[in-house]
Design a protein around this ligand. Sequence first.
Ligand code: PLP
Length: 408
Amino acid sequence: MKVNEDYLKLPGSYLFSTIAKKVAAYREAHPDADIIRLGIGDVTRPLPPAVIAALHKAVDEQAVAETFRGYAPDLGYAFLREAMAEHDFQARGCEIAADEIFISDGAKSDSANIQEIFGRDCRIAVCDPVYPVYVDSNVMAGRTGDYDAATGIWSRVIYMPCTAENGFVPELPEEKPDLIYLCYPNNPTGGAITKDQLQRFVDYANETGAVIIYDAAYEAYIREGEGIPHSVYECDGARTCAIELRSFSKNAGFTGLRLGATVIPHDLKTRSGDREVELHSLWARRHGTKYNGAPYIVQRAGEACYSEAGKAEIRELIGGYMRNAGLIRKGLEEAGYEVYGGVHSPYVWLKTPDRLTSWEFFDRLLEQVQVVGTPGSGFGPHGEHYFRLTAFGSYENSVRAIERIRSL
Ligand code: PLP
């Protein structure tokens, strides 16, 4: 027996395990320390009442023979796909039909699995810093070449630096990729992309034959009226070059329930020899073979997010997190930090003071004021000298953490 050697190429999950070890060591040395965590990427507030009501109702349906449901349809229930098509896309002028939406258990698995439908020699381009799943899933598939531990760089990956200098929106890549992963509003930088900037990527992809994989997990955090698109399909020509990933985790708090979707328009096609291939049909085949669907009760909960009550409750939920983001941002700015993000995103991204490395700043915050954040360098080489704080904690802890950081 041989294992998949590509898995052995993966560097260990250095970032979060190192954070956990450092915090545990500190706690052991200081058992009474009151540590505040502003590093968490998980939501903390309960599910909206409209979602809870829909869950209860769907559970009761499962107790009665007439309304019991077993396997869900491969691609998801029509009631949810239709609600998404209408509210997430058509209401924003995007031409997306219900049968172009594939319901799933979240954007993490979809963002990791989508690479399967592309050739093994495809080259990927990613933002640097980046949500690690895009790269690691391609490592497992043998697509990324060799890893240089000193630089943290894979030889076959095209990196698109995102820094304060370019407003955290990359230039078009110089080398031509086959797949371009974009995530806006961005994790970890908190940056947003304007429609004009995204249109440049869409035009580039259509000109070069590349496919954009657009992760819209944080679209609900976008502040209206500033030209920030909620979907890649707001751009002209995106139907022929873009796949979009959607999640119910960060808008409606489904991180534990699990629900997401992938959108693949029928116009997204490529050629294989003299055959024309729709990527939609490949993903449908993959879904049908490897996946048995998100639970009925969870899809009903997802549907409830689009009711009038659900929409209002989600706005309030996000408003609460964004209140934290605004407070963290303002407090840091007043303390003299260079601060980014936190406007269209629950992530605040700051430049470390005194040219400290990301890890040196992590140690300083933990040891001097007992606040835990996430070192930017853990998301890629261009994250060095940056640091991520999140708005997902409680209001009280956000206030206390910022007071402490200001006292430094
Ligand atoms: N995409 C990005 C950029 C994320 O930051 C996360 C979660 O942190 C996900 C996807 C995962 O979403 P889900 O909970 O739907 O799997």
